[in-house]
Ligand binder design. Structure first.
Ligand code: F1P
Length: 337
């Protein structure tokens, strides 16, 4: 988890040489629709990437679980030409590999695989690929692959949209990530070491819903504590009823939701939750814990910086519980059906 900022640096350097190949594939495809797909962590990554890609390029982009693409490709791919971007750390998850094969067999879309495994089956099933072989994770739990694949897709979106400002911001992330990792680890240790909380809630909107869902999944996989993810404004429409002492809420705040997040944090605390707010410009927030993340960056560029803290919080709780964070119950590194 802690080596992620250094890996982001390698991702940006190694992907630079692939720019022309990837851009010419994209221009040649000229998609009217881009579908990001994967399973588990890679599906949550799809949610973050699709939202970011659409906001950045203006091209219709959606996240669909790989099982839906595998079983009902015609009902999920509605535009032509379409591009399917298949995400998988292992490159061998059954639904993802079958989804890519199915889409190509039926001529519904062109396919790009993003993975850290050069010899995985997703690379063979797709036409083009982004491979990040420097991400060698030993753990069953995915951490660095999530952030590095997201980073690669953000760089790709910046190239497609020729956005030099965004590229400049993205280039700062390895340094900013490195500078913040100690503070993030310290707070994560404090929070993870406190086992009074038995219900975790992660809130984020748009691309941040993908990040919140991934934070939720890390906590669930590693510690098996009851964890959920919601859009922060949706949370008011019913789910807020569950809040009481024993709940801890991680609020992934972004510029666009800040005024609403401030009120929500206050209400959640009034109802008894322990509230952790992450984001920028947090002075006006009433919260039990705050983590400031690189003020001044756009919401999209800042996204990556939320993840090491969320992963570390789950990791420290696992250690406190005496469990092995790399080997969650009932879970294999790759799901093969
Ligand atoms: C997807 C996945 C992971 C999960 C576990 C099993 O893997 O579901 O999200 O944490 O490792 O596999 P992949 O398709 O990205 O390799």
């Amino acid at each position: 988890i802690r080596r992620q900022p250094a890996a982001w640096e390698t991702t940006i350097n190694s992907l630079g040489g692939e720019r022309e190949r990837l851009l010419s594939f994209f221009r040649d495809t000229a998609p009217r629709e881009v579908i990001f797909t994967g399973c588990g962590t890679s599906y949550y990554l799809s949610i973050a990437a699709a939202s970011f890609f659409q906001e950045q390029t203006g091209i219709l982009s959606r996240a669909i679980p790989a099982s839906d693409v595998m079983l009902h490709p015609r009902s999920v791919i509605t535009e032509s030409p379409a591009l399917v971007i298949g995400l998988s750390r292992s490159g061998n998850t059954t639904e993802l590999v079958r989804a890519l094969r199915e889409v190509r067999k039926r001529g519904l879309a062109r396919c790009l695989a993003v993975t850290s495994n050069p010899s995985g089956r997703s690379v063979q099933a797709a036409e083009q690929f982004i491979i990040l072989p420097h991400i060698r994770e030993q753990s069953v739990v995915m951490t660095g692959s999530f952030t590095n694949m997201l980073f690669a897709l953000q760089l790709f979106a910046a190239w497609v949209s020729r956005d030099e400002t965004l590229l400049g911001e993205l280039r700062q992330l390895p340094r900013l990530g490195e500078a913040g990792i100690l503070e993030a680890d310290e707070l994560a240790r404090t929070l993870g070491g406190d086992l009074r909380f038995n219900h975790m809630i992660y809130l984020g909107l748009g691309a941040y819903f993908g990040l919140a869902s991934e934070g939720m999944l890390k906590m669930k996989e590693m510690t098996q504590v009851f964890s959920e993810a919601f859009n922060p404004l949706e949370f008011r429409h019913g789910p807020i009823s569950v809040i009481r002492g024993g709940c801890r809420v991680f609020l992934l705040s972004r510029r666009s939701t800040r005024p609403y997040d401030r009120d929500l944090a206050e209400d959640l605390r009034r109802h008894g939750a322990d509230v952790v707010v992450l984001g920028e410009g947090l002075d006006g927030f009433s919260a039990d814990h705050k983590l400031d993340l690189a003020p001044g960056l756009s919401d999209g560029s800042r996204a990556l910086l939320y993840m090491p803290f969320l992963q570390l919080t789950a990791y420290h709780r696992t250690l406190k519980m005496g469990l092995d964070p790399d080997r969650p119950r009932n879970l294999n590194p790759v799901v093969v059906l």
